[in-house]
Design a protein around this ligand. Structure first.
Ligand SMILES: [Fe+2]
Ligand SMILES: [Fe+2]
Length: 250
């Protein structure tokens, strides 16, 4: 099952696709705004260069989705995105440590979510996502490294768990709710690969080495307002190798 234009799609498929593109546009612009707001907390030129490059890339991802949306629907996605930003204002990071945590977890969540669309049955979406994923790979390691290095200084012991939980929640929200009708439908028609449940697990497994290296713990999901998949998530850090964390110096 593969499609390339609106005329081939039935109503439910089309509406699901429109929703997906709107959420993607929202997430990209939200990322650009959040990292842009955070620029004031960046302490050194080398990280300023990285962060301002990253903001530009998120803005360009937004632009990619805006263009795709206009081609597919003949309309602008911008009013829907702005309405959503008003209704669901994004969280901001208010320190360098928090910005690094956001860079690590919010961005990583977005990456794992995008990977679910790699084989999307709507080919223009697949093409746009492929390009964005390639660029997201370039953001991956650095946020983790900064968090691990800053935490290792011992200067953030008091606040680190709360900051972790705030951005873990934001990362996990990228995936949507497990076992929803919408997710089942999207899987059935090849718009996405898997249910949010296993994607959440992959994301958690991916961040475990850094979580452990930082002396952090996964909170109960209910405490951060995240619905777990039916069988629960494996959040244990037993046997996790801290040496796999970026920036871990032993
Ligand atoms: Fe992005
Ligand atoms: Fe990113």
């Amino acid at each position: 099952m593969e499609f390339t234009s609106k005329s081939e799609l039935d109503e439910r498929y089309y509406q699901t696709l429109v929703q997906m593109m709107q959420s993607q546009a929202y997430r990209e612009l939200a990322a650009a705004q959040m990292f842009g707001f955070g620029l004031q907390y960046v302490p050194e030129l080398r990280w300023l260069k990285f962060m301002s490059w990253h903001i530009r890339e998120e803005m360009e991802h937004y632009e990619d989705v805006v263009k795709m949306y206009a081609e597919v629907t003949g309309e602008s996605v911008e009013p829907a995105v702005h309405e959503r930003l008003l209704k669901r204002p994004i969280e901001f990071a208010t320190s360098w440590y928090e910005l690094a945590m956001a860079q690590f977890l919010y961005d990583r969540g977005g990456f794992w979510q995008l990977k679910e669309y790699e084989e999307c049955s709507f080919l223009p979406y697949r093409k746009t996502i492929e390009k964005i994923i390639k660029e997201e790979k370039g953001h991956q390691a650095l946020g983790e490294r900064i968090v691990v290095e800053l935490t290792a200084t011992g200067a953030f012991e008091d606040g680190k768990q709360a900051v972790f939980e705030k951005w873990l929640r934001q990362g996990l929200l990228s995936f949507g709710r497990p076992s929803s009708d919408g997710a089942q439908y999207a899987i059935g028609v090849g718009l996405r690969k898997r249910d949010p449940g296993p994607v959440m697990q992959d994301f958690c497994d991916d961040i475990k080495p850094a979580v452990k290296a930082c002396g952090l713990e996964f909170p109960p999901m209910a405490r951060i307002g995240i619905d777990e998949p039916a069988g629960g998530l494996n959040l244990s850090l037993d046997g996790v190798d801290v040496r796999r964390a970026e920036g871990y110096a032993g």
